[in-house]
Design a protein around this ligand. Structure first.
Ligand code: BG6
Length: 492
């Protein structure tokens, strides 16, 4: 099995925040890989822009460093690196003044009016409005223009609406690509294939057969130099409002009428709108907030959150667990337990669908306990899917039952490099395919569910509980699921 490369139309990617962290770690390496695979046509350019004064040559040096740090050595050949660097340009542009816009325009105009222009806003959301309006005002936008917006889109419903309105003043919704990189992950897309390209699962995919769903997005890293942003956000805004709710939607949605952007997003929206409201009346029962303390992680001693932050106090949560429910016919009574946190025991993200116990066992006790079937979709690391089944232990010795996985480890089974989520999404922008991007109403519906949780934490003064770095979070998150007679899935 080999991957297929379909070249895209010629483009200019204009990256505002072109010398920032995201460009360095993700965007330039992802575009390099697409170039290496031959997907990027000759003449396509990547134009970094920010307030920092850089020449094209200095930006190419920045690009070289980014590739050295974030592209594996096995994938770097001199020829490919040089070809990619020759695509890089830079213009010093200030979002809030006239500086640099004419220079950027003349660089873009050199390529004519027919080439796709994708403006990537890898900057603070406070600049989204200024940038969108400047792009328009300075005549940089044309019919084939797209605008890509990084999360977070807002910090609550009101600010998200305001941001969406600002962008909407200048661009049509069909031109706006709100990125959630979790939607570009291979396993997440494979979830769609498993559900809708197989007959096996769909008849069982409901409250009659599914006992509960767990979604864990665990990180071993801490603040990673993002204290300024993170302390104002916290885990609920940073991970749940976007990545985790998107995963909930893809597990729970009804089959869309087609794999097209609006059909899929219409179904996701229905799930977001069916989420049972969490507010002051049930907040203590359904949510857990945590904050990491000093401990051990990645094989060494690590500091606690407050020390990382350099502040004596902060009520920001670095961990959150929630028992969510979906009030619709398919999922009534099936809990979706979600948890995410920093400085946890390991980096591990997975979706686990646990099916109901068999109604009656015909085997005697000596055969062993009949465990519930589980479908485990591993997002990272070691992407793959395992379907856990009961089988007979081979050989003589009577009927002995064992719980074993049917294992589909993507990298091993298909012998392909697992592409970073951004690779797929950056090319989808050029193709104009919005299927894996969040629509305006979706982002707002997600905030409609998150806002009352934030308000209830505040009103009830729910403070984060400390947990030791290198563990699986506060003990109350274990209680959250064990109260229901269930337990968090232990990664194998
Ligand atoms: C980002 C969050 O969106 O996702 C980060 O802002 C988090 O805090 C990151 O670390 C996790 O992404 P991944 O792909 O490493 O799971």
């Amino acid at each position: 099995m080999s991957s297929q490369i379909i070249p895209v139309e010629c483009f200019d990617y204009i990256v505002f925040g072109g010398n920032g962290d995201l460009a360095e770690r993700k965007l330039l390496p992802a575009l390099y890989h697409r170039d290496l695979d031959g997907q990027i046509p000759p003449g396509a350019r990547i134009i970094g822009a920010s307030r920092t004064p850089f020449t094209d040559e200095e930006y190419r040096a920045f690009g070289r460093e980014a590739l050295n740090s974030f592209v594996g050595e096995a994938h770097r050949t001199e020829e490919a690196v040089e070809r990619f660097l020759s695509r890089l340009y830079y213009r010093q542009v200030d979002a809030r003044s006239e500086t640099g816009w004419a220079e950027l325009k003349s660089l873009l105009d050199e390529a004519g009016q027919d080439r796709i222009r994708a403006f990537y806003l890898a900057v603070s959301p406070s600049l989204f409005g200024d940038l969108a309006s400047s792009v328009k005002r300075h005549g940089l936008a044309h019919e084939k223009t797209r605008i890509v917006v990084e999360k977070p889109v807002g910090r609550d419903l009101a600010s998200a609406k305001a941001l969406n309105a600002l962008i909407g003043e200048h661009f049509d919704e069909s031109q706006v690509f709100r990125i959630d990189h979790y939607l570009g992950k291979e396993t997440v897309q494979n979830l769609m294939a498993l559900r809708f390209a197989n007959m096996l699962y769909e008849p069982l995919w409901n409250s009659a057969y599914v006992d509960h769903v767990q979604i864990t997005v665990a990180e071993s890293v801490g603040l990673e130099g993002r204290a300024g942003y993170y302390d104002k956000a916290g885990a609920l805004r940073d991970m749940v409002q976007n990545h985790i709710l998107q995963l909930v939607c893809l597990v729970a949605l009804e089959p869309p009428s087609a794999m097209d952007a609006d059909a899929l997003r219409d179904e996701k929206l229905k799930i977001l709108r069916s989420l049972k409201r969490i507010d002051e009346s049930n907040i203590e029962h359904l949510t857990v907030r945590g904050q990491y303390k000093a401990g051990a992680s990645n094989g060494g001693a690590v500091k606690g959150y407050l020390e990382d932050l350099g502040e004596p106090t902060s009520d920001t949560e670095t961990f959150v667990a929630i028992k969510a429910e979906i009030n619709n016919w398919r999922w009534a009574g099936v809990p979706f337990y979600i948890r995410t946190g920093k400085r946890l025991s390991e980096r591990m993200s997975e979706i686990v669908v646990t099916f109901r116990p068999i109604p009656h066992s015909i085997f005697d006790n000596a055969a062993g306990h009949v465990q519930q079937n589980q479908l485990v979709m591993r997002l990272q690391p070691d992407e793959g899917v395992k379907q856990w089944l009961m089988i007979k232990d081979p050989g003589p010795g009577g009927m002995r039952l064992r719980h074993v996985p049917l294992d589909m480890s993507f990298a091993e089974s298909f012998h392909v490099r697992n592409p970073d989520a951004y690779e797929r999404l950056l090319m989808d922008v050029i193709r104009g395919n919005q299927t894996l991007f969040m629509r305006r109403d979706e982002v707002e519906a997600a905030w409609e569910w998150v806002d009352p949780i934030l308000k209830a934490w505040d009103a009830r003064a729910v403070r984060p509980q400390g947990y030791t770095s290198g563990t699986w979070g506060p003990s109350s998150s274990i209680a959250l699921i064990e109260r229901d007679g269930r337990t968090w899935h232990e990664p194998d």
